[in-house]
Design a protein around this ligand. Sequence first.
Ligand SMILES: C[C@@](CO)(OP(=O)(O)O)[C@H](O)COP(=O)(O)OP(=O)(O)OC[C@H]1O[C@@H](n2ccc(N)nc2=O)[C@H](O)[C@@H]1O
Ligand SMILES: Nc1ncnc2c1ncn2[C@@H]1O[C@H](COP(=O)(O)OP(=O)(O)O)[C@@H](O)[C@H]1O
Length: 305
Amino acid sequence: MSEAKLGPAPRVTVRAPAKINLHLGVGRPRPDGMHPLSTVYQAVGLYDDITVTDAPDWSVGLTAAVDGVPLDDTNIAIRAGRALVKHHGISAAARITIAKCIPVMGGMAGGSADAAATLLALDRLWDLQTPDEELLQLASTLGSDVPFALLGGTAMGTGHGQLVSAVTDRTSVWWVVVLSDDGLSTPAVYRHFDELSPDAPNEPPVPEELLEALAEGYADEVGDLLSNDLWEAARDLRPDLVDVETKLRTMGADGVLLSGSGPTLLMLHDNVDAARSAAAEVAALGYRCALAPGPVAGAHVVTYA
Ligand SMILES: C[C@@](CO)(OP(=O)(O)O)[C@H](O)COP(=O)(O)OP(=O)(O)OC[C@H]1O[C@@H](n2ccc(N)nc2=O)[C@H](O)[C@@H]1O
Ligand SMILES: Nc1ncnc2c1ncn2[C@@H]1O[C@H](COP(=O)(O)OP(=O)(O)O)[C@@H](O)[C@H]1O
């Protein structure tokens, strides 16, 4: 009788990027409370890695402790896993391990990245061969930003952000990502936007000029056209951000932007050397920061063992 050889348990790791919104046009809330958006997403090079292995029950862990990430069933990665299992009518569960580099509650969609990565990782682990359209549809049930984390690159987002379509982006830029010690709640920022903007349109307009600048590859024009309708609400809720923003604006970047609902701030540079010098200046002021290229790919498999 031949001896059974036990190999390592099958394991899949998927990497998913953070996102920023080059343009975030927000309309008047719909009856369900969600806001219609006209947004231009860009995936940038800060990543979470999700590793999944087959397990008798659902569980989630972190490779290093990170404040604010729930380690129970409310973690969006477990919600994604359960949604995939339900979609296929199968009985299965997994251990999900998150290596977190995307700031939590930073307006960079780290939770959404984890959800997208989990969908893809489990699909590959169990060889479910879920068609892309079904993965995107499942993603949209988990959160408005989750479909974009699957797609990556640069894309137009409409509906409440869940309807995504790739746009031509010939720029290749570097972002200085200025981190904040405290997070901001997305629903709180949207609520305050409503108070500040009673006349918001039902359908926020498409940012045609920005789309043209992206297609032409003019990073400096893109810098001038960055905009975020949630910025005023975030400044009100976090007045400390105004001082940081004022300092960033003196540093000669091609553009300065609030990432999504904040509080992360961003500086745009069209080359890595300029971004590195700006990051050194930011660090000298005592702020934590990171460098991230954009655009980058959406969720993708990095280890399949
Ligand atoms: C603001 C944005 C910009 O991309 O990103 P973040 O700053 O959170 O990363 C998104 O709209 C956040 O998307 P996401 O974080 O996926 O939100 P969801 O889970 O779908 O919704 C969380 C809550 O945000 C509010 N919400 C979200 C999206 C939207 N179009 N209108 C809303 O009013 C609702 O209060 C909702 O209950
Ligand atoms: N895997 C996860 N990673 C980060 N946050 C998570 C995760 N699962 C659930 N959450 C919760 O989702 C909320 C939003 O987190 P995050 O996606 O980091 O921020 P943002 O919406 O600002 O981009 C937080 O309150 C956090 O507790």
